[in-house]
Design a protein around this ligand. Structure first.
Ligand SMILES: [Zn+2]
Length: 184
């Protein structure tokens, strides 16, 4: 049997488990009555979901969300899908989503981050609900979902592009002293 397909089936199962667990955690905070629950996560293609620099990238974004939305981090964790944290904010979910989208667009390396926002009445807000196109592909900038669906790029090329973004982040944050937070 093909070894790589066994590995990838196991990974898919692990990712699904991680997703369910995160969803459950989000639900706890939504049901507790917070205006907005924000899930900030690294989103790396390929089997290695936490290459060097990922944790610092998450911290870079987390700090900005806390500042812009007076948000509070309530979960800070890592699972098979990568690093993630949950934040709560008293601000409107639409505003939180807008700040999240702005953050995702702020730098090319920020495409490696997902900012998902959940409200008690709205459920999960989509980029489209604010008039934005779907998430851009790491390589060509077209819709990432479309590129994956049509197998447009070689998987290794997507992984290389992601790692290049990560190196770029690490270099820039080191140069500018942008790195914030004590964990690595
Ligand atoms: Zn593409």
């Amino acid at each position: 049997m093909d070894q790589s397909s066994i590995v990838s089936d196991a990974l898919k199962r692990d990712l699904l488990d991680a997703r369910e667990q995160r969803h459950w955690e989000v639900e706890q905070f939504v049901q507790a009555g917070h205006a907005s629950v924000i899930q900030l996560a690294t989103n790396l293609p390929g089997p290695d979901k936490a290459p060097p620099g990922c944790s610092a990238l998450l911290e870079w974004a987390r700090y900005q969300l806390e500042e812009s939305l007076q948000a509070q981090t309530v979960v800070h964790s890592r699972d098979r899908a990568g690093y993630y944290c949950l934040l709560i904010s008293a601000q409107d979910p639409l505003r939180c989503k807008q700040v999240g989208i702005d953050l995702e667009h702020a730098q090319p390396f920020a495409r490696l981050l997902d900012v998902d926002v959940y409200g008690p009445y709205s459920g999960q807000l989509s980029r489209q609900s604010l008039g934005y196109p779907a998430r851009p592909c790491l390589i060509c900038g077209a819709s990432a979902v479309e590129c994956i669906r049509s197998d447009r790029h070689d998987q290794d090329a997507v992984i290389r592009a992601a790692h290049a973004h990560l190196r770029n982040f690490t270099r820039r944050s080191t140069d500018a002293g942008l790195y914030i937070g004590g964990t690595s």
